[in-house]
Design a binder for this molecule. Structure first.
Ligand code: 5GP
Ligand code: MN
Length: 317
């Protein structure tokens, strides 16, 4: 990445006094780790930073240092708006869209629309946290232990524990450097990728009990009714998609999650370099990466499911 871009981000951050940072809606470990990593580093540099997730912080990341500073609302004025891990303006939480297009957009999605004044988009990075690990020092920011833990969490989650197809040696070198700052990799790894609540495990059971397969595709449905019955609180799939992605002879997996606010969230995963599920997701207004994509689609489960399965089947044929 060009030095000029680093220079302009450094200058812009230097002028900033009151900074708002957010990640994408339904934030994952990379969105949260990147927001925290950058936010804590800027605070350390004396900035007033608000790390904001309007829908709150997912419970699985509460162990990270600094998460007690994550807010649901913006307080007072801000002069600098930064989004991390967010491919499009529309993926910024609605409540924050009133602040207008961000000043700085830091992301690794190939589908990023460069919607900010300054766009640092590196699609060959395994995670937004990888981009930050590389660039923070160039912006004069320090990687403290809390920053390192947040960034390492981003690296671990987006690579599913260093095993996604886009994994590169740089990510290992960065992980090693972050460990050297004094963070505990096995702990972070367990917290972010392995540990599950009892309810989440039962929720997996719901999805696994209605598993279906057709050709190269395997899928499961998580209905609102069943979710309520087992009292699983989230509006997500509790990562069931990554369980389905392991099923042999089924290189493409999908999960349909009926949303409490209406509509259906669909997640796709593809194994092998051959399939690009982001293309199918884009047909339904979503996006993501070749191997992992998602979309939230208006309508009912019974309307959406056949359409999505048929569109996915087309890229497999
Ligand atoms: P997941 O299915 O785990 O929510 O998301 C998989 C990948 O697709 C992630 O990189 C995520 O950012 C992206 N993704 C999920 N939902 C959407 C969406 O509605 N729009 C876009 N552009 N990307 C999405
Ligand atoms: Mn990411």
């Amino acid at each position: 990445m060009s030095e000029a871009l680093d220079e302009s981000i450094k200058r812009r951050l230097g002028e900033a006094e009151r900074i708002l940072i957010t990640g994408h809606v339904r934030p994952d470990g990379d969105a949260i780790g990147s927001m925290l990593g950058l936010g804590l580093a800027l605070e350390e540099a004396g900035k007033n930073v608000q790390m904001v997730l309007p829908a709150g912080l997912p419970h699985v990341f509460e162990h990270l240092e600094g998460t007690m500073f994550v807010q649901e609302d913006v307080e007072g004025d801000i002069d600098t708006f930064i989004s991390v891990d967010c491919a499009e303006f529309s993926r910024i939480h609605e409540e924050l869209q009133s602040f207008g297009e961000p000043h700085i957009n830091i992301d690794h999605h190939i589908t990023n629309t460069n919607y900010a004044e300054i766009n640092l988009v590196e699609a060959d990075s395994v995670a937004t946290a990888s981009i930050l690990t590389e660039h923070l020092p160039a912006w004069g920011l320090s990687i403290t232990r809390a920053v390192a833990a947040a960034l390492l969490t981003g690296l671990i989650t987006d690579t599913l524990g260093f095993r996604t197809l886009n994994m590169n040696s740089k990510a290992f070198r960065q992980a090693a450097a972050l460990m050297d700052v004094g963070v505990n990799l096995p702990d972070l790894y367990y917290q972010a990728l392995i540990s599950r609540s009892y309810k989440a495990a039962r929720y997996w059971g719901v999805g696994l009990s209605n598993l279906e397969r057709d050709g190269k595709m395997v899928w499961a449905v998580l209905s609102l009714k069943e979710r309520k019955a087992i009292k699983y609180r989230g509006n997500d799939d509790a990562d069931l998609i990554n369980v389905l992605a392991a099923i042999e002879d089924s290189p493409v997996a999908l999960v349909f999650v009926e949303q409490s606010g209406g509509g259906v969230k669909v997640s796709w995963r593809a194994r092998g370099k051959k399939w690009d599920v982001a293309k199918v997701a884009a047909k339904f207004g979503g996006g993501g990466h070749r191997a992992a994509a998602g979309a939230t689609i208006e309508g009912t489960l019974s309307e959406i499911k056949p359409k999505v399965l048929s569109a996915t089947r087309k890229i497999l044929d």
